[in-house]
Design a binder for this molecule. Structure first.
Ligand SMILES: *[C@@H]1O[C@H](CO)[C@@H](O)[C@H](O)[C@H]1NC(C)=O
Length: 256
């Protein structure tokens, strides 16, 4: 019995080392509109290649079969456009990614008869649409009383996925939850999202607000200033000084 098991184990080990897909290399993150080169690296261990087939979410989009003339064949999938000129037995080159290009990519390599062994590997590709514009801020245009809670929103430009939003006051990142209002992400056309974060911090003089939208390492930000009534006090002081100077000048004129 033991001998039989060992025999089968050996046979199995022999089969698996005949053909190995050493690795599949798929960019982890890509931007919409960019191209992508996917690589399937395999080791035939002396066997002969029958086919390399590529799938996105189990749907085939490209195959390479060296015995066929031409050896390449592509099937169009939504979001997957193969550039045959740049593709080969080990590469699939995709043109102009769209948000629909995201998915689980798999390559499957098969050996010729008599073995027909096959092996495969898979990896996920995420496609982003980074916001082109800075986030927009509303509610900062009006004047606030000192300590009056702000009523300010920051909304990201259209993107995918929804960016993380953060508020900073005078350079300090706000973590105080009672000051933040998370409105979440709202879908907009073309599969994109807009996220909004409100800020209810008490108004202070000389307040500089910065809203930062991030997706991974990609950042967009906008800075606005809050006008409080103490600031208007300052400008009134400024105006009085101006009047005093004027009066001074008039008086001096009269004297001379
Ligand atoms: C902030 O966004 C919320 C949700 O969209 C909205 O109800 C509110 O009026 C907005 N406030 C300002 C100041 O834009």
């Amino acid at each position: 019995m033991k001998i039989v098991i060992i025999y089968f184990l050996l046979a199995y080990v022999k089969v698996t080392i005949c053909l190995r897909v050493v690795s599949i290399t798929v960019p982890k993150y890509k931007q919409r509109g960019e191209p992508a080169t996917l690589t399937c690296d395999y080791d035939l261990e002396g066997g002969r290649l029958y086919s390399v087939k590529w799938y996105r979410d189990n749907e085939e989009f490209y195959r390479y079969m060296p015995r066929l003339r031409p050896p390449q064949h592509a099937h169009r999938l939504d979001g997957v456009k193969v550039d045959l000129g740049k593709s080969s037995a080990r590469h699939a080159h995709l043109r102009e990614l769209t948000l629909r290009s995201r998915g689980l990519y798999r390559c499957e390599v098969s050996e010729e008869a008599p073995s027909f062994h096959s092996a495969q590997a898979e990896a996920f590709m995420e496609v982003y649409h980074f916001p082109r514009d800075s986030p927009s801020v509303t509610g900062h245009e009006r004047r606030y009383e000192i300590d009056e809670p702000l009523d300010v929103n920051c909304s990201s430009a259209r993107s995918f996925p929804a960016p993380d939003l953060h508020w900073h006051i005078n350079g300090q990142k706000i973590t105080e939850r009672s000051w933040l209002v998370a409105y979440g992400a709202k879908p907009v056309p073309q599969g994109l999202l807009v996220s909004t974060l409100g800020l209810k911090a008490p108004a202070k003089p000389r307040m500089k607000l910065r809203c930062v939208a991030t997706i991974g390492t990609h950042k967009r930000e906008r800075t606005v200033l809050i006008d409080t009534n103490s600031a208007s006090c300052n400008s009134r002081v400024g105006a009085s000084l101006l009047i005093l100077t004027c009066v001074n000048m008039i008086v001096r004129d009269k004297i001379s």
